[in-house]
Design a protein around this ligand. Structure first.
Ligand SMILES: Cc1cc2nc3c(=O)[nH]c(=O)nc-3n(C[C@H](O)[C@H](O)[C@H](O)COP(=O)(O)OP(=O)(O)OC[C@H]3O[C@@H](n4cnc5c(N)ncnc54)[C@H](O)[C@@H]3O)c2cc1C
Length: 323
């Protein structure tokens, strides 16, 4: 960031601006370097206002929710990171249709919980999902056979040049763990989103959630992670392939491929982002050697990674079966 940009940021945001902030504290894997500057926003208006100011200054901007699907470089992030704590949620009824309106920093689990408490069904799958509404919409998060697109009605989205617009489900062009927002170069910011729910039996919803909770407890290893590292290839499970090549339990530095679930990397001993990236490459190489498949990462690399790493990551993102 240029000196004059930092000066203007200090003037505009005074005590709200934090400088040289350890980003590992804002990620679930607990790794990564320092952000030049960081702002925390507490409602959707603030998110819109703060983002617009930083964009106007032409400073690189990154909006994060819970940081549960990203690997931040040990070299950190240049520019401003905006941590989204805008978390208001309300329920609305139009004729016989109900929807939940949530600010993008609300946790998906809280959105689901509020609906269930009001005897509204349909979001039970999200009750155990880590992360915020913004992260879920951006990456079409899903589990237990459901995904964000199944409930998504519309979102208010801020575009750097086109301003604030409503995006319908169709506009989002959702795909498996992806949306139009993830596939476009120009970063947009989800301000709020609406999800469909319908009248249901609260006890039935609670039973479903408990089943999902138990499944997570059984299958998901404890410790700092980003959830599943790779998408499942068609008709396969990434975790099974990783187990089949004998990589479960492998370690590098402070990071480890979980011995419980091969598709999880755990930051068990204060590992660096580089340790984790190293293990990701080991998995890619072994699976490619044995099966001719590049596993497609679900997570994103964020910040100052070197060009070679970014090139490799982009290569992994293009699934090449039997290459
Ligand atoms: C233990 C564990 C289990 C998990 N299980 C699942 C699972 O079952 N299914 C699943 O799909 N995922 C799972 N994940 C991954 C993660 O929870 C989801 O991808 C989640 O939706 C990410 O939300 P987030 O708020 O943490 O996003 P972040 O990690 O903060 O951000 C991810 C991306 O979204 C962008 N983003 C965030 N907020 C906004 C916004 N308001 N506007 C625009 N862009 C935004 C960021 O810039 C970044 O590019 C798991 C993760 C963990 C740690």
């Amino acid at each position: 960031m240029l000196d004059f940009q930092l000066k203007v940021l200090r003037e505009k945001f005074t005590t709200r601006l934090q400088e040289n902030v350890q980003l590992k504290n804002y990620t679930t894997i607990r790794a990564g370097g320092i952000a030049d500057a960081l702002l925390i926003v507490y409602d959707a208006d603030e998110l819109e206002r703060f983002t617009s100011i930083v964009w106007e200054l032409d400073i690189p901007t990154l909006v994060l929710g819970s940081g549960s699907n990203i690997l931040v470089s040990d070299q950190g992030v240049r520019g401003v990171v905006i941590i989204n704590h805008a978390h208001n949620i309300s329920i609305h009824r139009r004729d016989d249709a109900y929807h939940v309106h949530a600010e993008a920093g609300a946790l998906m689990s809280k959105v689901a919980r509020l609906a269930i408490n009001r005897h509204l069904a349909g979001l039970e799958w999200a009750a155990t999902l880590p992360g915020t509404v913004g992260g879920a919409v951006f990456g079409n998060a899903g589990c237990f056979g459901k995904e964000t697109s199944h409930n998504f009605i519309q979102a208010e989205i801020l575009h750097r040049y086109k301003g604030k617009n409503k995006y319908t489900n169709q506009d989002m062009v959702f795909e498996y763990r992806s949306s139009i927002l993830k596939r476009t170069e120009e970063r947009c910011v989800v301000l709020t989103a609406d999800f469909s729910v319908c009248p249901g039996d609260r006890e039935e919803s609670e039973t479903k959630v408990e089943t999902y909770r138990q499944r997570r407890l059984k299958n998901q290893p404890p410790g700092p992670s980003m959830g599943s590292i790779f998408r499942n290839p068609p008709e396969e499970k990434a975790g099974r392939l990783i187990e089949a090549v004998g990589l479960k339990g492998a370690t590098h530095g402070g990071a480890e491929i979980s011995s419980q679930h091969g598709n999880f990397i755990i930051n068990s001993s204060n590992g660096s982002a580089q340790d984790i990236w190293y293990l990701i490459q080991v998995i890619e190489d072994k699976i490619h050697q044995k099966y001719g498949i590049f596993l497609h990462p679900e997570i994103e690399l964020i910040g100052d990674w070197d060009a070679q790493t970014m090139q490799k990551f982009a290569q992994y993102q293009t699934i090449q079966e039997n290459a």
